[in-house]
Write a protein that binds this ligand. Structure first.
Ligand code: ATP
Length: 422
């Protein structure tokens, strides 16, 4: 059986991953939980999300003497006990997948990917579950069924790419207080090969612990269970109530769809090729905005203030540069997660030089005249401009990374170009 769970938390506490962690412990009294529980991040632009749009899936094999109805009752009872029903935005959903017919997987694969890349309606989840006889329980408006079914779908059909996160939870009496974590041990743990985003080296800060009152103490992200466990063993902190290693679609870029600028829709995430057609401008708040064009279609792209030093790369773009941008589109603007500068336009048209000075234009299409000797020239000349960036991939720092964003350390084939910005 695969159990999908979503939408049990509120901003003031709780977290669906914690509910799953507690549930796993309870389930182990009735059978086994093979493999890894899944921590699935869904469309990051969904307006209903509390924080990171997470949903969970747990694979469970009941012991011979256990009836599945007992298991379902236990899951529903746990959600009823732990979900924050008082929050108007908390609409839990629980899904139980009990068979693995090929047709079911075909439909679910599509649904689960849509939940990450697109916007779905509750009725679409209900229709699919009704058609395949999947049992489920929605609470309040049942919106959580979307995420619960999507996560269970990945549980049944597999993830095309995945990483791991070890999440450590706080003792109940410590929740809501300042987290006690030994900083030196964190910097030491952050050096564990095949882990990332424990610290932000560029901004010299620790980024693996939230600041909210939820039960999470910290999370260690990496490419294998061994790597995240190794980093965990080096981290000294207040007591850990429990910890779970999740397999996850975090840091895989699963949300990004290759598209043309003209086909872009709000609340979705894309990889777009374009040519810089509006040079970068820093606006109030320190956000840097520039525009790209592709076959006559235009898109604003933004490196927001929290992306810190990444904005210095963006500020050096010029019209004519060829780029590939990666990020989510909201209110008609692409929020940059990464950029690949494919080529720089190093050429500039200048008024011709004469007698050591630039010639003066005599009006549109009229040519240029030297103010000193009176010589006339018809055309502008091509000059070369020095650039402070190089072609290559650039990403936001760890402190600004979105859950689904694939960091450049996960592209082994890439030599990370770090342009020197004076
Ligand atoms: P946390 O990360 O703290 O666990 P959250 O950010 O996951 O919280 P939820 O409380 O789960 O937020 O709320 C997200 C809601 O949006 C859920 O009800 C989920 O089913 C729904 N949802 C997720 N993805 C989509 C989608 N692609 N289309 C429509 N609804 C979605």
């Amino acid at each position: 059986m695969i159990i999908g769970l979503d939408d049990t938390d509120s901003r003031n506490g709780m977290c669906t991953t914690y509910l799953a962690a507690v549930l796993i412990e309870k389930l182990e009294n009735y059978g086994t939980v093979p493999g890894y529980p899944l921590l699935i991040r869904l469309n990051p632009s969904i307006k209903y999300k509390t924080r990171g749009n997470a949903a969970l899936a747990i694979t469970f094999e009941p012991s011979n003497d256990v009836d599945t109805s007992q298991v379902k009752a236990l899951v529903i009872e746990t959600v009823e006990e732990m979900a924050v029903f008082s929050d108007e935005n908390t609409n839990p959903g629980v899904v139980f997948i009990e068979d693995s017919r090929e047709k079911l997987c075909t439909d679910l694969r599509v649904f689960s990917m849509q939940a990450v890349q697109d916007v779905l309606e509750i009725e679409q989840a209900e229709e699919l579950m009704g058609r395949h006889g999947i049992s489920y329980q929605g609470f309040k408006n049942g919106r959580g069924l979307i995420g619960a079914l999507a996560a269970a779908g990945f549980g049944l059909c597999g993830l095309p790419d995945f990483t791991y996160e070890l999440v450590a939870y706080r003792e109940i009496e410590n929740r809501g207080t300042l987290r006690k974590i030994d900083e030196d041990s964190v910097w030491d743990a952050a050096g564990t090969p095949d882990t990332w985003d424990t610290v932000d080296y560029e901004n010299k800060s620790i980024v693996f612990a939230p600041h909210s009152p939820d039960p999470i103490l910290f999370g260690i992200r990496g490419g294998s269970e061994e790597a995240v466990r190794h980093a965990f063993s080096k981290t000294r902190s207040e007591p850990v109530e429990r910890h779970v290693v999740y397999r996850t679609n975090q840091n895989t870029d699963m949300h990004l769809v290759r598209a043309n600028v003209r086909d872009v829709q709000d609340s979705r995430s894309y990889i777009l090729d374009g040519i810089v057609s509006k040079p970068p401008k820093t606006i109030e708040g320190g956000h840097v905005i520039f525009g790209i064009s592709d076959n006559g279609a235009y898109m604003d792209c933004a490196a927001f203030e929290p992306t810190k030093g990444f904005r210095n790369i963006i500020r050096h773009l010029r019209s004519g540069d060829e780029v590939t941008v990666f990020g989510s589109v909201n209110d008609g603007t692409l929020n940059l997660e990464k950029i690949r500068i494919r080529s720089l336009d190093n050429y500039v048209l200048r008024n011709p030089l004469c007698c050591g000075k630039r010639m003066k234009s005599m009006g549109k299409g009229q040519g240029f005249r030297c103010v000193r000797c009176g010589a006339v020239k018809k055309d502008r000349e091509v000059g070369i401009v020095g650039r402070k960036i190089e072609p290559g991939f650039y990403e936001v720092p760890s402190c600004a990374r979105r859950h689904l964003s694939k960091p450049l350390v996960r592209y082994p084939e890439l030599r990370l170009l770090r342009a020197h910005i004076p």
